[in-house]
Design a protein around this ligand. Structure first.
Ligand code: SF4
Length: 706
């Protein structure tokens, strides 16, 4: 047969998909990626999953945007169309960069000047680099003039971060994933790592095979449950009942770590008082787990030499997401299972840079490094660093992702700049979100494809894909890693950092960052946690863990060894009570919808559905339904069914799947043909403003039009 092409260069980079942050090598010939190999990074030791290994050719897809686009004057914004990117091109005309940037920034400036700074909003991206996130939030805060900046962390771990900041003073993980290999007991709750953090899952499997006791707590079965010592298949929405019952056991059987509680924590008495009504006998019927199992698992967790908790969106995406995370934090504090290798708390971060984008300040209540916008001293520090007049920075937290959609309806938000996010697919109650996006006076979208969101834009700016730029990315373990440019952007597409700067200049900011490292250097000066990481060191070592506060600091992979980063140095117990889901099943909508991801596809699918191998494996929108429910509906596996809620409906193919209990249906949110977020509920957790993407009431009928 023909000889395989030989690469003309190899570029050391990282994976563009999940927060595990596997290091990889791009093998390139003639400005095209030929294939990808794993590299020996701290998180992956050479391993890659199917997305990292095969999901690269989206960058060369013919639908890549190669020219700036301006909406034709006579082209209406149709929020409910199922969008075919090739056909949607017809509503735009090509423009020069000069014309597109002048229109994009000019109209944002007009809206700011006539309707006020708060009528503008920016959504950045957890898929962009730290430097892009940093400059984007700086643009919104200093150019738009408010804190109306957010990104998909709001849909992901906002509740975990809120609970962690409140309880232990830091929103990031306490221990790296790899610590599962040092733990005796590993609790995985509300997460399906085999699908969503596949290489991390391999370390968990290795640990279980080497004798660690894996406890999976999840209403759904997953691949890992086969290796689990116990699978607690609790009823959806009853996390707080189950976790409080475990803590009840620990307190009442004298298994709490008194010395740790006394020397390292505060608020124990309130927690203890709150646990009174949560005995395992009382909670067993609520959560559907036998009291004896709750006792056994609580004892195991409390008494092992090292117990570690890892969690995902099953914990966070509820109206009680913050309470769920508060319970996990309390469990670890109660037993002293934190601050040592093989223990601790690990919210598995989803996107490759959701940790870094949040660290860099792409959130409406915090400046970089989680410094609160409401604190005058913090604002004064940033005003000095950014050479602004004292009193310039907005003192009020800005709007969060879902709040923005409602503010558009109220006429308060009129213009948006969206970089690399796809709220038309990812927001809950997406029909409403699309109507709101269509209603904006001015929408600027910067992306690599004509996404469902870009189709509603006035100006579309063609950006760079991951392998087309250099920048730093922070994985779920707090590892800051170097992503390196391997190929050039196609046609007239530009690097995102260049585009952000061009918009900034046209809004009156005097910016001139010549190289990405200049943005990174500025970040170091304003973010104490990465102050010790130099660009040179990243170039040399590829990855450095923060906190790394001074040059030469090796970086700390396990934190909270001696104290917690709160004023008192102590962590705080925050008790939680049961709050039901916002929308429970009833006679009209008798089933429960759980949304999530699939192994082969990533989030809204804009990249993986254009990656040949991945889309060939999972090409069609599917709903995973219990076989007995399918039979009752009269739907054979592979046939069409329609899922409907009070907000919308979609039709997709039924797949028989026993991993969810009867009455609960799982649907991935990556299929534009059947965008399941048209069905989901936008009720919010009151603390973190995260929507309840893991629970809403639906009905299913046989048949439908895809
Ligand atoms: Fe990429 Fe995550 Fe897969 Fe690693 S586990 S190759 S980071 S998608």
């Amino acid at each position: 047969g023909a000889a395989l092409p030989v690469p003309d260069k190899q570029v050391a980079s990282v994976c563009p998909y999940c927060g595990v942050g596997c290091q990889l090598t791009y093998n390139v010939k003639d400005d095209k990626i030929l294939f990808v190999e794993g590299r020996d990074g701290p998180a992956n030791h050479g391993r890659l999953c199917v997305k990292g290994r095969y999901g690269f050719d989206y960058a060369h897809h013919p639908q890549r945007l190669t020219k700036p686009l301006i909406r034709r004057a006579d082209a209406p914004k149709v929020p409910h169309a199922t969008l075919d990117p090739d056909r949607m091109m017809e509503v735009f005309r090509e423009a020069t960069w000069e014309e597109a940037l002048a229109l994009a920034a000019g109209k944002l400036k007009d809206i700011r000047d006539t309707s006020g700074p708060k009528s503008l909003v920016g959504f950045g991206s957890a898929k962009g680099s730290n430097e892009e996130a940093y400059l984007f939030q700086k643009l919104v805060r200093t150019g738009f003039g408010s804190n109306n900046v957010d990104h998909c962390t709001r849909l992901c771990h906002a509740s975990s971060v809120a609970a962690l900041l409140e309880g232990i003073g830091s929103g990031a993980v306490s221990n790296p994933v790899m610590d599962v290999t040092k733990a005796e007991v590993i609790v995985i709750i509300g997460a399906n790592p085999t699908v969503n953090h596949p290489v991390a899952a391999t370390w968990m499997k290795n640990a279980a095979k080497n004798g660690a006791k894996l406890i999976v707590m999840d209403p759904r079965q997953s691949d890992l449950t086969r290796l689990a010592h116990r699978h607690l298949q609790f009823k959806p929405d009853t996390d707080v009942a189950m976790l409080n019952a475990m803590m009840h056991v620990i307190v009442h059987e004298g298994l709490a770590d008194r010395a740790f509680i006394e020397s390292r924590t505060m608020g124990f008495e309130e927690l203890k008082k709150n646990l009174v009504g949560y005995s395992p006998d009382e909670m067993a019927p609520v959560c559907g787990i036998a009291a004896e199992t709750l006792r056994e698992v609580a004892r195991l967790y409390a008494t092992s030499k090292g117990s570690m908790i890892l969690w995902g969106m099953g914990v966070s995406q509820h109206v009680h997401g913050t309470d769920n995370a508060r319970c996990l934090i309390a469990l670890s504090l109660l037993t002293g299972q934190i601050g040592r290798p093989g223990t601790g708390l690990h919210p598995l971060r989803g996107q490759n840079n959701v940790q870094g984008a949040s660290d860099a300040g792409l959130i409406p209540m915090m400046l970089p490094d989680y410094q609160k916008v409401v604190e005058p001293a913090v604002r004064a520090r940033f005003e000095k660093a950014w050479k602004l007049q004292p009193g310039t920075l907005d003192a009020q937290p800005g709007l969060t992702v879902v709040e923005v959609m409602h503010a558009i309806g109220d006429g308060k938000v009129k213009g948006m700049y969206i970089m690399g996010e796809n709220p038309a697919m990812s927001d809950p109650d997406a029909n409403h979100a699309r109507e709101m996006l269509a209603q904006l006076d001015h929408l600027v979208v910067q992306d690599i494809f004509l996404t469902e969101t870009a189709c509603l834009a006035d100006v579309v700016l063609p950006a760079s894909a991951f392998p087309e730029k250099t920048g730093t990315f922070t994985n779920t373990d707090r590892l800051v890693q170097m992503g390196r440019q391997a190929v050039n952007p196609p046609g007239d597409a530009k690097q995102d950092l260049w585009i952000i700067q061009e918009i900034a200049r046209r809004m009156g900011l005097d910016w001139n960052y010549k190289h990405v490292s200049e943005a990174f250097d500025e970040m170091r000066k304003t973010m104490p946690s990465i102050a010790g990481i130099t660009w040179d060191r990243l170039e040399r070592e590829h990855a450095v863990t923060y906190p790394c506060t001074e040059e030469g600091d090796p970086g700390q992979s396990v934190v909270f060894v001696e104290d917690f980063p709160r004023d008192s140095g102590r962590a705080r117990f925050v008790p939680a009570d049961i709050i039901p889901a916002a929308e429970r099943p009833d006679a009209e909508f008798p089933m429960v919808l759980i949304t999530g991801r699939q192994l082969e596809h990533w989030h809204t699918g804009s990249m993986t559905r254009r990656a040949t191998v991945l889309d060939a494996i999972e090409p069609d929108p599917v709903a995973l339904v219990h076989p007995l429910d399918l039979a009752e509906l009269g739907v054979k596996p592979g046939e069409l069914l329609t899922i409907e809620s009070r907000r919308g409906k979609v039709s997709l193919y039924g797949r028989a799947d026993e991993s969810s209990p009867r009455g609960a249906v799982f649907v991935p949110f990556c299929y534009y043909e059947a965008a399941i977020n048209r069905v989901t509920n936008d009720s919010l957790d009151p603390v973190a403003k995260i929507p309840e993407l893991k629970y809403c009431a639906i009905r299913i009928t046989a048949g439908g039009t895809p």
